[in-house]
Design a protein around this ligand. Sequence first.
Ligand code: SAH
Ligand code: SF4
Length: 339
Amino acid sequence: MITLSGLKLSELENLTEEMGASKFRAKQIHNWIYAKSVSNIDEMTNLSKDFRDDLKQKAVITDTRIKTKQVSSDGTIKYLIEYSDGECVETVLMRFDNRANLTACVSSQVGCAVNCSFCATGKRGFIRNLSYQEIIEQVLTIQRDTGLKVTNVVFMGQGEPLLNLDNVLKALEIFNDDFQIGARRITLSTSGIVPKIYELAEQELQSTLAISLHAPNHDLRAKLMPIENKYHIDDIKKALLNYVEKTGRRITVEYILIHNFNDTVESAKELAYLLKDLKCNVNLIPYNNVNDTKYQKSTNDDIMRFKYLLEHSGKKVTVRLERGADIDAACGQLAGKSN
Ligand code: SAH
Ligand code: SF4
């Protein structure tokens, strides 16, 4: 059986040609899949019944299913999606700006090998990469289920996107070409895989690169992220400077605020100094409590003080709104375990 979702227009054209139909049929199918996001071939009502029956012999729209779905009081929806081999990932739909923007937070891997000490996904270890079809399928699942069109995509679900770069780049291409989601509306978040940041810079993408920095120096960062011992913060900074030079794009620096750990005046000043010559915005993320960790969220006063000190150094700083806290849909809580 052929899976239609994830096929590009040219691939659908090959299929309709094989079936003895015109290229125009491919265009119609493409529209049903990516724009109208139907769940059944029979919903493709501008195709003749005979053609649909023929198509159903050969193809299905998808072979994944929604295993569970949770809706938060703030409108955030968390899906647990099951792939054909039984592995699951979580995908979150967030609504910002009076709901005009619909942001899908997608996963790039099942589990994650990077094993950051504050992250629920990391605790699960690495299971496998997702194919590009499985990545884009997450956005299609949201669109099919809600009947809405996703406008923004962030790779901030499970997994390290730069350790599955080929599939992630192919998914970006499909988001651009087939979903019509502009590159500037897509964000890749990375824990700092230095050689891959150089590789990405060569692609000269217009997407936003977000770096999960979380600490202003090597020693503190190494306590949170074992990968710091492989890719040193100084080398990450060099890679980011090169990225900005090659793409002209501003980096997003993500910084989790953990009580009495990395939220002090000293840390804020050190971070401001580190970022002085880097074209970036800073996104402060109040730490989300994860079971089995010793960390606590910073107090509101400490968050505001940290923000003020960075702004004072000339950076644009945002504090990430908590979304879906009541359904564990916040950053770092996407373990993807099915119960
Ligand atoms: N692996 C990539 C992308 C997925 S994680 C990365 O690490 O960047 C997406 C974001 O959620 C990262 O910035 C990550 O550090 C953050 N995150 C993980 N656990 C968190 C937690 N418990 N509280 C707040 N943010 C967390
Ligand atoms: Fe992996 Fe990102 Fe979680 Fe670290 S924070 S373990 S890189 S998903």
